[in-house]
Design a protein around this ligand. Structure first.
Ligand code: ASP
Length: 369
């Protein structure tokens, strides 16, 4: 795993153009000092911990491509493809944990700041890299979101390989185990059934069968280059064992991702329903537009989510019983990772990729359900 870029790579990558740059003037007048953003790519933690079968993580690849001149969004998508294709990441793409019927349904969206374009897919079956299909929606259609069978048909028409089943042996085995733990009668009243379903899944997390980050889990990745071009992408298999057709926050513009090329970007992982209720990525970008720092804007969104969480089933000792993270950057290249409880995020600058702690609203670890 490349930890640091050496000086030559750094200069070649164009990262040296960050910070204060000299603007050349055609009329020969003295050069004007102008401030340029420092290029940066941020992501959820799996953006640095997942390597698939290579030795480069999502943020490292995205940063390398972006600073080498590749379009920012194309760089970010190439980064998240690593995680989507990794069968060991059971929260994203191929091998993502399936829905209650054992079918893997994937969600993704992307936004291009300079081009002011967006694309997304939801409940897409059979394509390992939904982020690429979301990008195809952005590039080839007048629409922003295609879902279900329509999204799959579009993907096929665009030349994507559509597979019958995106389960791996691991994800299928885990689904069968979840079925076994659920009331075998399967005739609980709907409220109890929803809770039983969640309890069965969470007991698998407690038993160490599923990593907590993969029971929930998603990847969001945002970047800004030295020209100040900002883009973002989010991709997920959604909540494990969800009701078929359930779509969370990830593919919804303003919720799982929001980019305004003139202001900044924000994206999320965690309990999608909590984020959807407040369209928090949009809220965060609007807070930054009003002058707040990435961290303060993110904290405001978390406070809102906390205030909106009043149902007993979602509370533990009066506090939200779930995790929610936001990854945020502004047009100056300042960034933050914020979360409801202690967590981490991935970042890559000219100093190389690393994992950092988020700023959390509530001290301590997320409580067990
Ligand atoms: N936010 C995703 C969803 O609700 C899941 C996650 O990130 O945990 O679908």
């Amino acid at each position: 795993m490349p930890s640091r870029l050496n000086r030559r790579q750094f200069v070649r990558s164009g990262a040296a153009a960050a910070g204060l740059g000299l603007a050349a003037r055609a009329d020969g007048a003295p050069a004007i000092l102008q401030s340029r953003p420092r290029p940066v790519v941020i992501a959820s933690t799996n953006g640095h911990t997942r390597l698939h079968d290579g030795n480069e993580s999502c943020v490292a690849r995205a940063f390398r491509l972006m600073t080498g001149g590749t379009d920012v969004l194309e760089s970010l998508i190439a980064g998240v493809n690593i995680v989507e294709l990794d069968p060991k990441d059971t929260s994203v793409g191929y091998g993502g944990l399936p829905n209650a019927e054992g079918v893997v349904q994937l969600d993704s969206c992307c936004m291009h700041g300079p081009k002011k374009r967006a694309g997304g897919v939801a409940a897409l079956e059979g394509v390992r890299t939904p982020s690429k299909v979301a990008y195809a929606v952005l590039q080839n259609t007048d629409h922003h979101l295609l879902v279900g069978a329509g999204a799959q048909k579009f993907a096929r028409q665009m030349g994507f390989q559509v597979e019958d089943d995106l389960n791996t042996d691991t994800s299928r085995k885990l689904w069968l185990e979840w079925k076994r733990r659920l009331d075998p009668e399967h005739f609980l009243d709907p409220e109890k059934r929803a809770q039983a379903s969640f309890d069965a899944g969470w007991s698998m997390v407690r038993d160490g069968l599923i990593d907590r980050d993969h029971f929930f889990g998603t990847i969001n990745c945002d970047g800004i280059n030295a020209k100040g071009e900002i883009c973002g992408v989010t991709t997920t298999s959604g909540l494990a064992w969800k009701i078929p057709g359930r779509v969370g926050d990830s593919p919804i513009l303003g919720a799982g991702l929001y980019v305004d090329g003139e202001v900044g970007a924000a994206g999320s992982t965690g309990r999608g329903e909590a984020n959807l209720y407040g369209l928090c990525s949009f809220l965060i970008v609007e807070q930054m537009r009003a002058g707040r720092s990435p961290k303060d804007a993110g904290m405001e969104a978390l406070r809102r989510v906390r205030a909106n969480t009043i149902e007993k089933r979602l509370l533990h000792e009066g506090k939200p019983k779930f995790g929610l993270n936001f990854y945020i950057l502004n047009k100056n290249g300042e960034f933050a990772g914020v979360s409801m409880y202690e967590s981490s995020f991935a970042v890559c600058t000219e100093n190389g990729p690393e994992t950092r702690k988020t700023e959390s609203l509530i001290e301590g670890k997320e409580p067990n359900w």
